[in-house]
Design a protein around this ligand. Structure first.
Ligand code: COA
Length: 376
């Protein structure tokens, strides 16, 4: 159970229960999507099935899953006119999350249902948007490399298509499995900062694209989804396993935050980090890099020095690195998956909406009188 709000302000709404939700739950160190344990879903499900679950509050039948997956994967195709417009956006010196924020916002202009609040239209918009965020991320990378858009294959999985559209070559089956698990692990996470942003925007009854664009802005920050990229930069900066312990001790002594550690809700460990840790171990060993060993030393050091445990962003960094994914795409990949959770939250918000309008406690000056500018 979350702590009861004690009336204190400026604490990042710690312990405040802002709404009821049936999308995902965190109790102690247990995460569930719609009542299903994350460990169970990561082992047995697929991203497509998890998206269906998040949106429908139940598992699909085989026929339902096939229809849903086919629609989602077909939706990954980007409109040539839209691709052409995106080509006009700068990529040099541009962070892909900033580019993605613009691209998703612009995508609304190509979607004739984007302003509709009809249930059937909302469902189509959700499918289109979830299908297209990944291909947009892949497109950014291809444009940045001076390459062209690659069309996917709707017969293949969502994970396969993303990796194919990113690299332009058929991905290895093991990498597809790993990536699918990463997508599942990142799909939703109760009332995190970006889901809350999405819900706040949706609560004014603004459209889905506006709510998702708000969420992308929130996810971008290094205290939220931006941490995974910073973790990898730290690992590269440290350089060797031998230097890891001292580097971390110095950082903590200088009151620096070690990215990928700590969590507002989990105090006994993030279950996603445990799954990602074993994936990192096997992938780093296979790739012949020291990043898992280095991560383990950092993990042990932060735990013993500060009592903090790794969160989802810590071991996902070395997983993505082992897959040959560019560092600044780690957070956009987070968005590729999390858009499904944001949409579940947006729909939940619409279904029982009241506008979010909290109060601020006044701590400013009082009783001032206007003085004409010549007398100041
Ligand atoms: N490294 C070092 N110290 C950390 C830390 C970290 N990653 N995370 C928290 N702390 C420390 C804080 O400095 C604070 O210490 P103090 O009491 O001496 O001031 C204490 O632990 C409590 O942390 P706080 O910042 O109040 O936690 P929060 O609930 O406000 O923030 C995070 C949660 C996740 C934003 C925070 O832990 C963080 O910044 N982590 C690094 C970024 C990250 O990995 N984000 C991804 C989250 S999934």
């Amino acid at each position: 159970m979350a702590e009861v709000y004690d009336g204190a302000v400026d604490k990042g709404l710690e312990g405040v229960i802002a709404c009821t939700t049936g999308v995902s739950s965190i109790v102690d160190a247990t995460l569930c999507y719609r009542g299903y344990l994350i460990e169970d879903l990561a082992k047995n499900s697929s991203f497509e099935e998890v998206v269906y679950l998040l949106w429908n509050d139940r598992m699909p039948s085989a026929t339902e899953l096939k229809t849903f997956s086919d629609t989602l994967r077909s939706g990954m195709k980007l409109d040539p006119a839209f691709v052409q417009q995106l080509k006009g956006l700068p990529t040099e010196g541009v962070h892909p999350m900033a580019w993605l924020r613009t691209a998703v916002s612009a995508a609304a202009l190509w979607d004739s249902d984007s302003q509709s609040m009809e249930q059937a239209d909302l469902e189509q918009v959700a499918l289109r948007l979830t299908a297209k965020v990944g291909p947009m991320v892949a497109l950014f990378e291809r444009f940045r490399q001076g390459k062209d858009y690659v069309e996917g294959n709707p017969e293949k999985s969502f994970a396969w298509n993303f990796l194919y559209m990113l690299k332009g070559e058929e991905p290895d089956a093991e990498m597809v499995d790993v990536f699918d698990t990463c997508l599942i692990l990142h799909a939703d996470h109760e009332l995190n900062c970006s889901a809350f942003s999405a819900r706040v925007t949706a609560s004014s009854l603004s459209d889905v694209y506006s709510a998702v664009t708000s969420a992308i802005g929130a996810l971008k920050g290094p205290l939220h989804g931006g941490a995974n990229e910073q973790v990898m930069r730290m690992l590269i900066d440290i350089g060797t396993v031998e230097k890891a312990q001292e580097w971390i001790k110095n950082a903590l002594a200088n009151k620096e935050k070690v990215m990928g550690f700590g969590h507002r809700v989990y105090k006994n460990g993030d279950p996603r980090a445990k799954i990602l840790r074993s994936m990192s171990e096997s992938l780093c060993k296979k790739a012949g890099t020291a990043y898992y060993d280095m991560s383990k030393v950092i993990d042990d050091t932060v735990q013993s020095e500060k009592g903090l445990l790794p969160n989802v962003d810590f071991y996902s960094a070395s997983v993505y690195y082992s897959m040959g994914i560019p560092l600044d795409l780690y957070t956009p990949i987070f968005a590729t998956s999390r858009v499904s959770g944001w949409l579940a939250h947006i729909f939940e918000q619409y279904s029982k909406n009241r506008i979010y309008r909290p109060r601020g406690e006044w701590v400013g000056k009082e009783g001032l009188k206007y003085t004409p500018i010549a007398e100041r």
